[in-house]
Every structure is written in C-alpha cells, then in structure tokens.
Design a protein around this ligand. Structure first.
Ligand code: BTN
Length: 247
C-alpha cells in the first residue's frame, strides 16, 4: 500500500477530520491524516486523548479492508496493536510491551499508545476503517486524569524523531495488513495477539462496574470479546467497557 501522509498543522482530532474527508468523498485507502497539534483528541468512549503539542504521534490511517467481514472487525484492532508492539519493542529494552485488551499498548504499567477505530460499514463490507492512533513519544508530563500514561521517552532516554517513528509504524501496519490479506490466517493472528496480551492466563483483579472479582483471561472469541475464567470455574464473556482491569 502507498501511504499518503497529509500533515495538517493543527486539528481538533485526526479521526474527526478523516471522517469529514470521508463524508466529502475525499478519503482514500492509504491516506494518513497526521498532526503534531491535536487539540481535542478522542479516546475510547467519552475519553479525551491528551497530547502535548509537537511531542507525539497522532494520526488516523484510512483503510478499506474489504476482505474483512464486518463481524470480524476485531482483526483490524489486532493487526494495528501488533504493529505498534513491534515498533515500540525496538525502543524499550528491559521492559515488556503488552496489549491491554482490546488495544491499549502498555510498557510495564504505563499506557504508551491508544487506538480508536471507526468502521464504516456498507452491506456486508467494511467500506472504510479510520484507524486513529496516538503514541506518546517525547511528552514527559501528563495532566489529564487518564490512568497510568507514559511515553517512550521514559524508557528510551533520547528525544525521538517523530517522522522516523511514524514511517516505521506505517511500514509495520502495511506489512501486517498485506500479509493478512494474502493469508487470511485468523488463527495465527489471534495467537500472535494472545502472545502479547497483558495478563493472559494470570489471575488478577477485575471489576464489572459493580464489584471487584478475581479472574483469569483465557481466550478471546471471534468477535474479539474477552473470555475470563472465574474462581468458581465459570467462564464469562465480556464486551468492551463491560470489564475493567484493576491495576
Ligand atoms: C484510547 O486509548 O482511548 C484511544 C486513543 C486514540 C487516540 C488517537 S490520537 C489520533 C486519533 N485521533 C483522535 O482523535 N483519537 C485518535
């Protein structure tokens, strides 16, 4: 895929801007909306994504994943999360890089990157996928109430070149995306994802919004839902926002 990086000096949100372009018929696969001044970044749910001016990567990548059925849209989350892990691992020597389900990237106990995917479905196809990615790179202090934010600079002691990092990330996304399109190997992708999954097969504390409980992540299903084993042997399936990790 050829990426077309459209760098815009200042934006509210790269995802909202990409969505506008889509509505105007001006978005193509491979378009990458990038800004170094995102002023009102969107996180998962109602959250705000904090990003200091000039310090981080905030992009939205436009894909047209026609080979991925809408019911399998979690494949996009998996591909992008794994691409992020690959890149971040290059700069973090002594800590583990993990994916906190569904697609937060953690280094040790700090969230370094977040992904917000908006899929536009037409009939039986994902017509467009706007893949919003925020990677905290050179920002040293965080002020929002996001839990455990961190930056690559906390692990890699030099200021990093954002453009170089962006190119590496796009290359990884491309490789994973094209490889998947050729092989369509859902099982391999899932096992790579599970390999990097934070707290996989480990007893830990979670909350279902009402109470805390002990659980162990044992699998994800084909829709990307989390399957957690409880102490009484029961297995429960959770959708996003139905389960909270107690850190
Ligand atoms: C999350 O973890 O809550 C998801 C964060 C996604 C942030 C990125 S930054 C670039 C893109 N544009 C946005 O407005 N949000 C995403």
């Amino acid at each position: 895929m050829i990426f077309n990086i459209r760098n815009i000096d200042r934006l509210e949100s790269t995802n909202s801007y990409a969505q506008k372009l889509l509505e105007n018929g001006d978005l193509q696969e491979g378009d990458v909306i990038s800004t170094y001044n995102q002023e009102n970044g969107k996180g998962q749910g109602e959250n705000f994504w904090e990003s200091e001016s000039g310090s981080n990567i905030t992009i939205s990548v436009a894909l047209q994943p026609r080979v991925i059925h809408p019911s399998q849209q979690f494949i996009i989350n998996q591909l992008v999360s794994l691409a992020l892990v690959d890149v971040i691992e290059q700069y973090v020597a002594n800590e583990e890089v993990k994916i906190k389900w569904p697609n937060d990237i953690y280094v040790a106990d700090k969230k370094i990157a977040g992904v917000l995917i908006q899929n536009f479905i037409k009939g039986e196809e994902i017509e467009f996928s706007i893949v919003g990615i925020g990677v905290n790179v050179n920002q040293k202090e965080f002020y929002s109430d996001a839990p455990n934010p961190g930056s690559l600079i906390h692990y890699f002691n030099n200021t990093m070149d954002l453009k170089q990092l962006l190119d590496q990330l796009l290359l990884r996304i491309d490789v994973k995306y094209e490889f998947y399109k050729q092989m369509r190997n859902v099982q391999d992708l899932k096992s790579n994802y599970i390999d990097k999954l934070f707290r996989f097969n480990i007893w830990a504390t979670y909350s279902d919004g009402n109470k805390n409980f002990q659980g162990k992540i044992i699998d994800i299903d084909e829709f990307g839902r989390l399957i957690v084993k409880l102490k009484d042997g029961q297995e429960k399936t959770f959708m996003f926002k139905e389960i909270e990790f107690i850190l």
